[in-house]
Ligand binder design. Structure first.
Ligand code: IPM
Ligand code: MG
Length: 366
């Protein structure tokens, strides 16, 4: 198979983690006899520096013409980077939002998994961790507060800002269906999170989710208010399978869920549209403080590349080969600084990529 991929290294640690993900992809496709064609695309601060805007129309067209996008991370330190002196629509994050919207990437999948080997990094007590947890946050990504009308103006002599949270039933229906489909391949539970005791948008959300649920009689549905969900994530994370929620709640809850795993450097994500096209990126940010120091953990990006093979290209065996290699590296005690613990061996970004690539070659050869 020929895989056409747009690659966005981005800012901060982005270029080094993407370099390692490409290394791992390269050995994987070689082992399995595929061909990979990468096309580099600028976005975020890198694009601001080169083109004056965080994402050009040509960059969008280039990405659209490929099968998938593999991304590192974008953005810098808001306190010191000149990118944050620019008006909001010209800052790095605006590029990412524009890309999500232009490619129609409404379904954001963010797995939060506690790896047995990394239990020590989990900030929760042993009795709460129990047998561990493995949840999938399905975040709506192209609606709600992020894309509603907004303005700041003077009203009666007072500066007043307005952001609008809008959802129509179709936007809710399509993400709900995705959540139920994914739950069907997992533990068959959907927890839909909203704020239906206050917001109209949440009441519509709940109504449509209930309608969709009728087509999935084997999936258990529950509703949870977002404030309660934030609490339950630290009280009993093991109760969750698929969490389905709107854009802003999903942004907040997915950070919480990843922190709870203790290893945000391990968590991948996929943003999908109605077709097989997807944008794959780590769940973490650009960590400008450790950029270029060979300290970043490339595993989240490597696992995002595995998600890409599985979701966009249906290459399950190839994806599993990468996931097994990551597992093997952990089992053998190799760790980057963020997940280091006693008795393990600390390695840098590059060495971690080398090890995973080596394990893929060995694994496939067996
Ligand atoms: C995320 C990030 C983005 C978001 C930012 C960078 C705009 O926090 O992907 O979760 O809020 O969606
Ligand atoms: Mg976020």
């Amino acid at each position: 198979m020929r895989l056409n991929i747009a690659v966005i290294p981005g800012d901060g640690i982005g270029p080094e983690i993407v370099r390692e993900a490409k290394k791992v992809l390269d050995v994987t496709v070689e082992q399995f006899g595929h061909e990979l064609i990468y096309t580099e695309v600028l976005m975020g601060g890198a694009s601001i520096d080169a083109c004056g805007v965080p994402l050009t129309d040509e960059a969008i067209e280039t990405a659209k013409a490929k099968d998938a996008v593999l991304m590192g991370s974008i953005g810098g330190d808001a306190a010191t980077s000149p990118w944050y002196q620019l008006p909001p629509h010209l800052r790095p994050e605006a590029g990412l939002l524009k890309l999500r919207k232009s490619l129609g990437l409404f379904a954001n999948l963010r797995p939060a998994v506690l790896y047995g080997e990394l239990k020590g990094a989990c900030p929760l007590k042993e009795e709460i961790i129990g047998d561990g947890f493995d949840m999938m946050i399905m975040r709506e990504l192209t609606g709600g507060l992020y894309f509603g009308e907004r303005r700041t103006e003077e009203v009666d002599g007072l500066l007043t800002a307005v952001d609008t949270l809008t959802y129509n039933e179709n936007e809710i229906r399509r993400i709900a269906k995705r959540a139920f489909d994914i739950a069907g391949k997992r533990r068959k539970k959907v927890c839909s999170v909203d704020k239906a005791n206050v917001l109209d948008s949440s009441r519509l959300w709940r109504k449509i989710v209930e309608e969709v649920a009728k087509d999935y009689p084997d999936i258990m549905l529950e509703h949870m208010l977002v404030d309660n969900c934030a609490m339950q994530l630290v009280k009993n994370p093991g109760q969750f399978d698929v969490i389905l929620t709107e854009n802003m709640f999903g942004d907040i809850l997915s950070d919480e869920a990843s922190m709870v795993t203790g290893s945000i450097g391990m968590l991948s994500s996929a943003s999908l549209n109605d077709t097989k096209f997807g944008l794959y990126e780590p769940s973490h940010g650009s960590a400008p403080d450790i950029a270029g120091k060979d300290l970043a953990n490339p595993i989240a990006t490597i696992l995002s590349a595995a998600m890409m093979l599985r979701f966009t290209f249906d290459l399950d065996e190839e994806a599993a080969a990468i996931e097994r290699a990551v597992q093997q590296v952990l089992t053998e005690g190799w760790r980057t600084a963020d997940i280091m613990s006693e008795g393990c061996t600390q390695v840098g970004t590059r060495k971690m990529g080398d090890l995973i690539a080596e394990f893929i070659i060995k694994g496939v050869g067996l």
